[in-house]
Design a protein around this ligand. Sequence first.
Ligand code: SF4
Length: 440
Amino acid sequence: MTGKFYIETYGCQMNSYDSQAIEGILEGLGMTPVLKPEAADLIIFNTCSVRDAAEQRVIGRINQLDGLRRGRKGRLLMGVAGCMSQRMGEELIAVTKRRLDFVVGPDQYNNLPEILARIEAEERDLCYRDFDQEVAYFAKPKDTPPGGTHFVAVMRGCDKFCTYCIVPFTRGRERSRDRRSIVEEVERLAARGAFEVMLLGQAVSSYCDDDLDFAGLLGEVSAVEGIESVRFMTSYPTDMDIGFFRAVASLPKVGTGIHLPFQSGSDKILKAMNRRYTIGEYERILENGRREVPGLLFSTDIIVGFPGETEEDFQATLAVVERQAFISAYMFKYSPREGTLSARWEDDIPTAVKEERLGRLIALQERMSRRQLDRCLGQEMEILLDEPSKKLETQLRGRTRSNVRVIIDKDPDLKIGSKVMVRVTEIKGTSLLAVRVQGD
Ligand code: SF4
């Protein structure tokens, strides 16, 4: 199969990783990636199903790009990958009035050569979406400079079945990749100059390969020569025991900015969400973490307006945010997702109330983020320089071990990938401005 392909990626980092894997598979067929759909012979939308709005956006885009077929010499193929293809399957081909040539689920990308061969043989409306517990993909490393963060998916699927979440139905059962293949992938990235990796999984902290748990995997990945920083996303609270935090404390290359969603401050709502902890247990996990790992910072996810949420429940959520002072948070209004358990329940919180609560929550979280950044003023800290400034040529960007963005002025001997001691002088938005510590 020859020709040019264009991949449009939506949603989470796992999708970005999968798009790199799809790119590798299509290049293996002799196809060439292009950056614009207008230049492509094949367009693949790698989609997200976390909210209805995300799906509607893709359907609109498919209808729009169908216009590229008018007056065009050769065929333009279009296909959908990702969570939407898994959730909707053939229905997606019908909904888009057969503008799509195929739909391929997250466990079926290795079958893309077969799918494209069948389409070349004039077959249409192909839908591949069986789950495959054994499937594994290796993302084609980004061609970008070694700076920045390189994603490595270490798990697929999720068994937590939070009642509002579509992921267990679109990504299948939890399965951990073989440790050897992960370390080999990180070694390949390091050989290309990468110095930071982000280990990905829907519940990455639940990783387990025979006797190796996630703390063990962090140890193996941090031992790869050339890797200076190992970050991970997204963790699940009940995996975070004291042993895990002690392991993080003993591995200086492992990031101490941990993303740990709590979702609601009300035990009644947590139970309805099927989140497997009480808010008391969650907060004890954070306290244990801060005690065991100096400088540990938490970020989180919060949903407001879940069915049955009273003002009192919401006040409990605000109280957790005030007590725990997260460095940042992703905050959402609850929206029912077809196919999930909670979508069967009455969505009884009016949109105006959801929006008003979300507004109060965001205002409070902004104050908490600022409180955490204020604590850094005047402090000396080590940062890893990971990319040039997006704004000023005279500046470099880096991150603290706890994942706070820091900006410093360039120095002839400062290189992307190196660690440097700095003193924080100012706060700019969600970033810190700093100066290099003399003698460093
Ligand atoms: S743990 Fe995360 S991915 Fe898994 S079901 Fe819950 S919200 Fe979804």
